[in-house]
Design a protein around this ligand. Sequence first.
Ligand code: SF4
Length: 387
Amino acid sequence: MGQATESCFCRGAGCSRALVAGCCPRPLWLRGKNEVLKNLFGLSRGQIEAELVALGHAAFRGRQIYRWIYARGVADFEAMTDLSRELRADLSRAFTITLPSIAQRHVSRDGTIKYLLELADGRNVETVYIPDGERHTFCLSTQVGCPLKCTFCYSGTIRFERNLEPGEILAQLLLARDDLPTPPARTNLVFMGMGEPLLNAEGVLSSLEVFTDDDAFAVSPRRITVSTAGVVDQLETFSAKAPTIGLAISLHATTNERRDQLMPINRKHPIRAVIEAARRLPLPRRRRITFEYVLLGGENDTLEDAHRLASLLEGVKAKVNVIAYNPWPGAPHSRSTSEATERFIEVLAAAGLTASLRRSRGDDVLAACGQLANQSDDEVLERQSSD
Ligand code: SF4
């Protein structure tokens, strides 16, 4: 039982007693003010099992709790009815299941919902739910702010503070899904919210393990896309660790000169290095990499750009998502005309590339692509009234 004693929350207070269910000499009301219960939310199956074993219980109890938390969304030990009363009491004394909270929600007239979440340390991130017919997509954030400062993205204008913990990524789906009147049976996940996922690769990979686990969220890897600005030194490792997850690479320009201006990361990872890294990735059969290209009026939307893009992607298993720019207050760019957009896509298609225009969703509540920046209620209301 030495191991059990080690995990007891009396540890640090000099307790050397073996922990047997119900025998703890320091119940909840005797604990010091600074003693914080361990949060199980965000832990993997193996980690929860290890916590249970350390508490003197069988590992399979950990699996049961893991399923309660992630597959059924239960955050109250008392509701875990296949656990004994003693075990539930034990769990309540040692652990908590705590998620961020929804601080604000803004509903677009197209049904898109933007959630502002408050994290345990008081910081905020945003998550977006995008319904589109039978398709239900959740756009997740991976960092508080973003250090990459792309000029067309509102997230790049706010201060980068930290990476999100796996639990803070997982909670985004749970909170947004449970907030819907009818949670969708099948969900798509895109890691395209605030932050650069590959700069938080560890947190993202841990969350993917739980998202795709049949005993947890059971999201098909084919329905998940992780989007990166092209962090070349992470691409290969990430893709090797998550080979079945879809990858999207933000290109947004066809010359280094222009991409340097739009995406400062280009100075470290220039266009050709990004494309060569993509070319080297061992993709599953029939899987292609999505290249994202936001069209900015008069800046990267010429016919020359379209031809250059087609030639850059020659031989790469690629498809192109052309994105209509979604301006935000004070944005330094403007949207391309519909003629320029059409011409751009036609050139790509003529070159044999699959290219489609991503429709803008949630723009009226600043929830569209590139518009997430923890805006206040007032900013969103101002946007709605100006439309
Ligand atoms: S586009 Fe992506 S990488 Fe660039 S600033 Fe926005 S969140 Fe960061």
